[in-house]
Design a protein around this ligand. Structure first.
Ligand SMILES: [Zn+2]
Length: 128
């Protein structure tokens, strides 16, 4: 158990960053809940009928929700004590990566292999 101490002190910083991110995502979602409510249906069969603007908007909401979920999961992992471990290969995630993406679930190697994991939130939005 003593080994964890160092990680725990670092995790306070991650937790603060995660809580901050969660607050900002939640406040962003508060202003655009409506398009999201339809997103599931749109994704299935209405895709051709919605305007480009609506699509972008609902897509943004989807990303926000995805982001929120990643943040919540990371907080859970902090509580569980297995934060900072890659979910795919069980290797520790580089501290540099966690500082940039405190909600990261995978190490850089697995992330690259997975290709489109959305915890690279901004990059994904920018690519559209
Ligand atoms: Zn990995």
């Amino acid at each position: 158990m003593k080994k964890i101490t160092k990680m725990e002190s670092a995790s306070h910083g991650y937790r603060a960053g995660l809580l901050e991110k969660r607050a900002s995502v939640l406040s962003g979602l508060g202003t655009k809940v409506d398009p999201l409510a339809r997103m599931g249906r749109i994704a299935e069969d209405d895709q051709a009928q919605i305007s480009h603007e609506e699509f972008v908007s609902s897509r943004m909401n989807g990303l926000d929700y995805h982001q929120l979920r990643l943040v919540e999961e990371a907080l859970d992992r902090l509580d569980a004590g297995d934060y900072g471990t890659c979910l795919a290969c069980d290797e520790p995630i580089a501290e540099k990566r966690l500082r940039a993406l405190p909600w990261a679930r995978y190490c850089v190697t697995c992330q690259d292999n997975a290709g489109v994991e959305l915890d690279t939130y901004r990059e994904t939005v920018g690519r559209r």
